[in-house]
Ligand binder design. Structure first.
Ligand code: G
Ligand code: G
Ligand code: MN
Ligand code: NA
Length: 258
């Protein structure tokens, strides 16, 4: 298979890059974090979307190697940014369920953090509901050990899994990210005529507030969405409206202005 074969070489040849998408606080008017996102620029295949190559890397298990590289690379980049005078905020790394269950995640994180002298409070991992929902002892222990490193845990794509909500009370979760499919439904026309479209974002805002968990709205693309979120008490947004994912150099520019 073309992608599968290409991926192995991609790591070796340095075709993988990491872009960063800022998280912006509407109330403070500054950047309060960023999410690391993989990019693959293949000479043979062109730009390949992670939506395409990550499922393949998960099937083959190669996602563990890619994930280790990414953690190491993010820490290295943060060290570089700091030396360039950046005032950093937490950087979030997406962790595949395969890496969570089969990779040596605790060791990979702790080593990268130590090697690059990163404040662990500046690292965050993003997991999907499917990962944290299962009640296996090994999952619970790994979450607690990652927390004990000082790394924060965020739930990505919140509201799209088949989750019971009880894990939010029992597990050391710091942040949830309302999935962009719910944010998309906030429109001038829609919200005025059909309050069912805003019911879920409003409920998640309440839930996060009452559980004292940080909340981020992802996929915010319009001023209408941004205003709606601010008026209803969700202040941290991520999405094309503030910024698309940008390369390392552009992200450094953001940090300097933060
Ligand atoms: O950046 P983009 O919208 O193209 O990403 C598509 C999908 O790939 C998203 O679901 C995103 O979470 C996932 N993704 C992007 N970067 C990473 C990564 O570094 N690790 C993992 N596991 N998934 C990623
Ligand atoms: O699954 P995850 O939430 O990690 O996916 C993040 C992906 O969403 C990134 O690949 C990023 O490119 C994409 N993304 C970020 N902001 C927006 C947005 O405002 N609109 C859309 N359509 N996609 C976005
Ligand atoms: Mn994410
Ligand atoms: Na998402």
């Amino acid at each position: 298979m073309l992608i599968q074969h290409g991926l192995h070489n991609a790591l070796k040849r340095g075709e993988l890059a990491i872009h960063y998408q800022p998280k912006y606080a509407l109330d403070q008017g500054n950047i309060v974090g960023a999410e690391a996102l993989l990019r693959w620029f293949s000479p043979e295949l062109g730009t390949v979307s992670p939506a395409e190559f990550i499922p393949i890397a998960e099937e083959t298990g190669f996602i563990v190697d890619i994930g280790c590289w990414l953690i190491e690379r993010v820490c290295q980049t943060m060290n570089h940014w700091r030396k360039q005078g950046a005032v950093l905020a937490p950087v979030a790394i997406n962790i595949s369920p395969i890496q969570f269950h089969r990779g040596n995640l605790y060791k990979t994180l702790s080593r990268a953090i130590a090697d690059h002298a990163i404040d662990p409070a500046l690292i965050q991992i993003e997991l999907t509901e499917g990962v944290v929902m299962n009640r296996q002892q090994s999952t619970i222990e790994l979450l607690h050990s990652i927390k004990s490193l000082g790394v924060a845990i965020s739930i990505d794509d919140f509201g799209t899994g088949y989750s019971s909500l009880s894990y939010l009370r029992h597990l050391p979760i710091d942040e949830i990210k309302i999935d962009r499919s719910f944010i998309m439904e906030i429109t001038d026309a829609g919200s005025l005529t059909d309050t069912r479209l805003t019911a879920i974002p409003l409920a998640v805002i309440d839930l996060a507030k009452n559980l004292n968990i940080k909340l981020v709205a992802e996929g915010v693309e319009t001023e209408v969405q941004s205003n709606f979120l601010r008026e209803n008490g969700c202040f941290i947004i991520q999405g094309y409206w503030f910024s698309k994912p940008v390369d390392e150099a552009a992200m450094l520019g953001f940090w300097r202005r933060a």
